[in-house]
Design a protein around this ligand. Sequence first.
Ligand code: ZN
Length: 494
Amino acid sequence: MTTNNTAFADLMAWQRQTEALNFVAERLGWDQETMMPRGAAEQRGEEMAAMEGILHARRTDPRIGDWLEAAEAPDAAGAAALRLIARSYNRSCKVPADLAQELARVTSTAQGIWAEARARDDVAGFLPTLAEVVNLRRREAECLAAGGDLYDALMDDYEPGATAATIGAMFGRMRPRLVALREAVLGAARQPAALSGSFAAETQLRMARDLATAFGYDWSRGRIDIAVHPFSSGGWNDSRITTRVVETEPFNCFYSTIHEVGHSSYELGIDPDHALTPLGRGVSMGVHESQSRIYENQMGRGRAFTGWMFGEMRQRFGEFGITDADAFYGAVNRVQPGFIRTEADEVHYNLHIMMRFDLERALIRGDLQVKGLEAAWNDRFKADFGVAVDRPAHGMLQDVHWSVGLFGYFPTYTLGNVYAGCLWKALRAAVPDLEAGLARGDASAPTGWLRENLQRHGGLRPPAETIENACGFAPDEGPLLDYLEAKFGELYAL
Ligand code: ZN
């Protein structure tokens, strides 16, 4: 006979191996984007599908049900671990193993097909693959939703507890203030000058490394490589980032790097006692994005830090047309209706997300077919941004997400911005000399506050509670919109 404590210990030992294998599977994905020879794509698809088969079998092992029934948690962290394991077990059991493996195989090769289609602006070449991915994810959602909303079932993977209804309502409240701000800024008499010129790739990369160091990135447990789409990967004692370099767009490289450092620092900042338990990872994509965004925007694009960056850039690149720190701050934060989400300014960014949210929800619910996606995208973009999409790579082919089946993921970006707005409000009240450190290129006070109040807890509390616990108030969109109106109102003399 097993005692309850044995059941808990057995379950956690099982979980440790599952979590370790998860890290291995994630590192295969990292390798695919950074090091893998192009000809290995098909083989990698098989490797990922094999790993997914093993992971799925482990996540649905019937012993987990028995252990969950018998286990008694020794403390609050144990109780949270049991809650997360039960959640994962119940979800995994609803998806047949062959469907899970099929999804892993198809999305792995679809990513390469998408990358080639984007390079050639070839929508027709991508549509059959996209249709297959949408179909598989819809089938998965049908297994998960049990008659409920298909999109909600998928979103729950990335942001537990969020629904299309609550997100849609929040977007509805945000949209009028964002549109009004966008119109005021674009019509303002004062318009900051853009950065121009060419900036050596090697020097950009060296500066990107120094920016990561300024934000406290732990190089003994991380590394930086080049990839098409910047991302962070891994956790515990191995969380890596990637960036990209374009000689005419140094801000792209610098702010992608700071963004990914935010993600990676969250993972590296989690209490090591939670390692290889379900608490040992960031709690949701929205909370994850709050960390990358507050590093990138509220801190990295703030007046204090950009003042330090201006001096650094002058030292490294010499004269580059911008002669003072205020003009540099304006160039960093210049508002412009561009095609590309990842390059969008803070005023436009959430409008890109709202558009994707509406389109992908229609795809998953069956209200929009993939053959109609390009026209739907282009019409919506023209209506929201006032410019016509000039080529598919700047339109529906720009993001990797749909090719890898990440439907329900996009709204977590705006949720992350909203959470970052709340955290910034709390952080400014808690750390009075915040700006002085940032003006010296030292982000240790704010990053320390975030580690102590949010990052170290990992998955201990559900997402919105994690933010509320750090801030001392329940999160909503108000602080983000107040911050945006104050910042851009001042910058554009509105
Ligand atoms: Zn991110």
